[in-house]
Design a protein around this ligand. Structure first.
Ligand code: ADP
Ligand code: MG
Length: 766
């Protein structure tokens, strides 16, 4: 079954080369008890390890079932050790942190046997060696003889055809030795047993065949076996593989025996996670704060397109003289003042805002803005019905009514206003009433509407019941000889009856939300739906006056000494222009604002200066400042936590490496039982992942606990900022995963080192 052919092995230490085996050829029978005798250093262990597949020959060959092993790969050797060979060592080589039972099970685990079968078989072999009552003990709770029995049971468990024993009784007292020898002799009745010993008497008493070694050479063989007469038994090599579950269990057991150390390691690793978690928690809250700040800033400062825009940057540059092309030294040491001519003054640009431009603005991505509010500065007449035949003209604005177009985006209004009753206006016929934070309205408001001011309070219903009307120019004005003046048509009642008037109703009461910063774009009074303006303008342009008198009117206006803007405004006031007087754009956030600005800039591309439209962004200065500040702070925080993450990863890497060193012996044992390199790295990877999980969980837990005192501290330092540090569930889970990943990566190198340890060297470590 096994044949060693001209096997040679030498070790080189420094300059000196030692031939441990020198051209050794031996054939073994399928069943016999062979004792290898020889003085210390004669090459016995080297020979045994070579036959057992723990060590390689330099030259020569080992034939297994007649097959050469010269082309064996690592996995073939692993499989050979696992299935065909059982090792018994002088120093027992048991894994100290698991039970006797687990020690016996390991080899079977590696060959992928299900756990119930493993357990049954382990108990069977442990019973055979007389340890039935000790299976749950740890190896160090046993005597030397008992430990060696465990080793024998482990060697037998996987039904190997060959048992290798290296001085099995070397560390045991003579009486116990005899028992162990008896046990081995019994095994040799059905297997090939190769036992190394330097005890000649013991060899002669028990062995069938004695081979003597000296200086790495065979000097005698009591019962040689001819290679030619070898019967080729079938030795099948199945693949070994350790289930990941088993790797986890092994590492978990190991970690359990070192609870305190594991905890310390995990705690060390958690420091980085705590850092990142705190940064995340703070950044989270800070972002929310900034978001609110941004929103309120935006609300107060929408992008504004006015006929006379102020380009802040240009204006500032102008003021600083930077728009001048004159070369000048800064901070000159002279006693004179230079006059300079500014280039283009920012305020000289006039925006001609057309209907087409509004269409262009409206065509932008609707996700960028809450609302685009054009205003036409159109003088929409407002009348309040008092009795069936009388209508009161409402003095808008001056009378405290502040009849103005409303911003209607519910999403936008939501942040600042509460609809305390009714609903928001939805079409041109509907309006809303904005009251102040104490539900008050200026006394002039009531006067203007003809409501008694002796009443201390008014029901909401009073306002819902008010019947307002507006009239279109054709029906409302009568032409006169002067094209700039119109005579009022007071036949309002008949217009209402004839259905020519547009009824207007208040449908909701709105108030600033509690705790919101007043954006100030919605003052108190009646607000109409923006659609009313377009409806009114539509009607106006179709009106009789428009068709018959507009041209005359325009001629007159042109002849007048009016600027283009004044003329447009005049026409607009009368309802003859559909060009907006102003456009306000309320962006959803700062990024959206940037996109909108780019979109508006694109309109100007390639256009002559006169046709360009310049917008005003009053919030831009604030934005740039806070943006830079926040970015700076976050970068510093991120850098800090990244450093702590790296440091703790390195720490875990080092601790894992120490663990590798500590467990070298165990690695050797596992390898001798047929564990692949992959299995070894798995055990360590499993260990680092468990540590990673623990440190992640500890870190997240501590960080979560820290957010409470931190929030109290921040609340005391900065008024109005509550719960700044917030750790989301998702962030916690992510951090644990990141921690597991990082420790896994940190442990890769140590686990690779562990996997590449030579099994023989590893076993030699005490
Ligand atoms: P034995 O088991 O018969 O006492 P070994 O097989 O262990 O002898 O060793 C045979 C020779 O090889 C000895 O001289 C020993 O010093 C040497 N040797 C064994 N292993 C190594 C090694 N890893 N490095 C260097 N020399 C070794
Ligand atoms: Mg030896």
């Amino acid at each position: 079954m096994l044949t060693l052919k001209n096997a040679t092995k030498s070790y080189t230490v420094g300059e000196f080369t030692q031939k441990a085996l020198d051209n050794v050829s031996i054939s073994f029978r399928d069943q016999e008890f062979v004792a290898i005798l020889g003085p210390s250093g004669s090459g016995k262990t080297t020979l045994l390890n070579m036959i057992g597949g723990l060590d390689r020959y330099d030259s020569g060959d080992l034939l297994i079932d007649g097959k050469s092993t010269q082309n064996f790969k690592d996995k073939d050797w692993d499989s050979y050790r696992n299935h065909a060979v059982g090792f018994v060592f002088q120093s027992y080589n048991l894994i100290t942190h698991t039970s006797v039972l687990s020690n016996v099970e390991v080899g079977m685990t590696l060959s992928g046997l299900p756990s119930d079968q493993r357990k049954a078989r382990s108990i069977e072999v442990l019973t055979d060696v007389g340890l039935k009552d000790h299976i749950y003990k740890k190896p160090n709770q046993l005597s030397g003889g008992q430990m060696q029995r465990v080793a024998i049971a482990r060697a037998l468990a996987n039904h190997p055809e060959i048992i290798m024993a290296d001085e099995p009784t070397g560390a045991i007292d003579s009486a116990t030795s005899l028992q162990i020898m008896g046990l081995i002799q019994a095994i040799a009745k059905e297997k090939l047993v190769i036992m190394v010993t330097h005890d000649k008497a013991l060899a002669e008493k028990y062995a069938d065949r004695i081979i003597e070694l000296k200086d790495g050479k065979v000097i005698s063989d009591s019962n040689p076996f001819g290679v030619e007469s070898e019967n080729a038994g079938r030795l099948t090599l199945k693949k070994t593989s350790m289930a990941f579950k088993q790797a986890i269990r092994l590492s978990f057991n190991n970690l359990r025996t070192k609870k305190f150390r594991t905890l310390i390691t995990a705690f060390a690793g958690s420091i980085g996670i705590i850092g990142v978690a705190m940064v995340l928690a703070l950044a989270n809250g800070l972002n929310q704060e900034i978001d609110t700040l941004e929103r309120s800033t935006l609300a107060q400062f929408p992008l504004q397109i006015d006929p006379f825009p102020i380009d802040i940057q240009a204006a500032r540059a102008d003021a600083l003289g930077q728009s001048s092309e004159i070369d000048f030294d800064e901070f000159p040491d002279v006693r004179v003042v230079y006059p300079y001519e500014p280039q283009v003054s920012a305020t000289q640009q006039i925006n001609v805002i057309t209907e087409d431009y509004l269409d262009y603005v409206r065509a932008m991505n609707p996700e960028w803005y809450f609302e685009i509010t054009p205003s036409y500065n159109v003088n929409i007449p407002l009348y309040l019905k008092e009795t069936n035949n009388s209508y009161r003209g409402v003095d808008k604005g001056r009378g405290g009514v502040f009849f103005r177009p409303a911003v209607t985006s519910a999403e936008f209004l939501d942040d600042y206003y509460d609809v305390i009753d009714g609903r928001l206006p939805e079409n041109a016929n509907e309006m809303m009433l904005v009251v102040d934070t104490a539900n008050r309205l200026n006394i002039r408001f009531f006067r203007t509407l003809g409501l008694s001011i002796d009443v201390s309070e008014y029901d909401f219903e009073t306002f819902y019941d008010l019947e307002f009307y507006t009239f279109f120019p054709d029906d409302y004005f009568l032409p006169t000889d002067d094209p700039l003046r119109f005579q009022r048509n007071y036949e309002l009642a008949s217009l209402v009856e004839g259905g020519q008037a547009l009824p207007l109703k208040i449908v909701g009461i709105v108030r600033q939300a509690e705790g919101s910063q007043a954006p100030g774009f919605l003052d108190t009074g009646i607000k109409y739906h923006p659609d009313l303006e377009s409806v009114y303008l539509e009607e106006a342009s179709n009106s009789l006056i428009a068709t018959t008198q507009a041209s005359t009117l325009i001629d007159v206006l042109t002849g007048n000494e009016m600027t283009a803007i004044e003329r447009t405004n005049r026409l607009r006031f009368l309802g003859f222009s559909k060009d907006p007087s102003q456009i306000l754009i309320y962006p959803v956030d700062f990024n959206a604002k940037t996109a909108i600005r780019e979109y508006l800039d694109a309109y100007n591309e390639g256009k002559p200066e006169a046709e360009q439209i310049i917008y005003t962004d009053l919030a831009s200065l604030v934005t740039e400042l806070t943006g830079d500040l926040i970015n700076g702070v976050s970068y510093v925080l991120i850098a800090f936590s990244a450093i702590s993450l790296v440091v703790s990863s390195i720490m875990i890497g080092i601790i894992t490496y120490v663990s590798v060193l500590e467990r070298t012996k165990e690695i050797g044992i596992l390898r001798s039982l047929g564990a692949r390199k992959k299995d070894i790295s798995r055990v360590f990877n499993a260990e680092t992942i468990i540590i990673g999980f623990t440190s992640g969980a500890i870190g997240v837990g501590i960080a979560y606990g820290l957010t409470f005192p931190l929030n109290i501290l921040i609340r005391n330092l900065v008024e109005g900022i509550d719960n700044l540090a917030q750790l989301s569930f998702l962030a916690m889970i992510s951090l644990i995963v990141i921690s597991m990943f990082l420790t896994f990566v940190a442990g890769l190198i140590p686990s690779r080192i562990a996997a590449n340890k030579h099994p023989v060297e590893a076993l030699r470590i005490e």
